[in-house]
Design a protein around this ligand. Structure first.
Ligand code: ADP
Length: 270
């Protein structure tokens, strides 16, 4: 941190001419370090569910003559396998986003299309908990972005809002256009986040309460994915929270300039 890494090459061109080439490798070193950390973290995160699966499978083997126990442990194997599958899915998603510019299908996307699709998907889990998701605001705002990535980002924010809220609470998504940015705010009435954790929640694999996150099927990668999607679009994501009274996550993405026509649904250019 704060150190500049220079790679220096020296060549004696003629007896009187010494050529010195200095290349700034600071950013490259930093990226390498982040990659290394990621691999270490991923290996660590994969070990837990894989270990649990092995243990559960052994238990089923030992309980072969107790059908009730077999059913119970088989159910836990299914849950654990689903969690592993979600983790692998998010690791792949994040790696894809970390590769140079994942936002390749950039078009004019109405905010309504993004929030409606994300809300429809999140409602399946929300309903089981009796949580209501409402959508409102300037839904006609036009975003300049990658539809699928934006839906993923808003969906992750909504899944968290539901997971970290009490039963029968309210989650709302509000859209607002502020100059050349479209803001999508996801507001919940849940447990909230302490001030000292508010920056850290965007780090890969960071969870305020690992046990709770595991219980809700969390992977600790959701918000890093949101942050990557925002950055990829030249936007950002921020959090505001009063612990015990909920959290608000605001995703800011560039608005489409007025003179850019909306792509036709058949994908043909206007
Ligand atoms: P996870 O899969 O654990 O939810 P995320 O990266 O999505 O991982 O979030 C990181 C952590 O931030 C969560 O484990 C949780 O502690 C906290 N968090 C995220 N969203 C909320 C929210 N809406 N309310 C309270 N805490 C949240």
């Amino acid at each position: 941190r704060g150190t500049v890494v220079l790679q220096v090459r020296v060549a004696q061109v003629t007896p009187h001419l010494l050529l010195v080439l200095a290349e700034d490798r600071t950013e490259a070193r930093r990226t390498e370090a982040i990659r290394r950390d990621f691999v270490v973290n991923v290996s660590h995160e994969l070990k837990t569910p894989v270990g649990a699966l092995a243990l559960l499978a052994e238990t089923v083997q030992d309980a072969a003559d107790d059908p009730e126990a077999v059913r119970r442990f088989a159910g836990r194997i299914v849950t654990e396998a689903e969690r592993l599958s979600a983790l692998v899915h998010e690791i792949i998603e994040l790696s894809r986003l970390q590769a140079a510019s994942a936002a390749q299908q950039v078009t004019v996307v109405p905010a309504r299309a993004v929030v409606d699709e994300a809300a429809a998907r999140a409602r399946t889990t929300a309903q089981a908990k009796g949580v209501r998701i409402s959508v409102g605001g300037d839904l006609d705002a036009r975003i300049y972005g990658d539809h699928a990535l934006l839906v993923t980002a808003v969906r992750n924010l909504l899944d968290n809002a539901v997971a970290y809220s009490g039963e029968h609470s309210q989650v709302s998504v509000g859209v607002r256009q502020a100059d050349d940015l479209v803001e999508i705010a996801v507001v919940d009435e849940g447990i909230g986040i302490a001030p000292e954790d508010q920056e850290r929640v965007f780090e890969r694999f960071f969870r305020v309460d690992p046990a709770r996150s595991r219980a809700t099927g969390g992977t600790g990668l959701g918000l890093s994915i949101v942050k990557h999607v925002a950055a990829d679009h030249g936007g950002d994501v921020t959090v505001w929270s009063e612990p015990g009274h909920g959290a608000t996550f605001t995703l800011r993405i560039p608005a489409a300039p007025d003179d850019v026509p909306r792509a036709r649904p058949d994908g043909a250019d206007d």
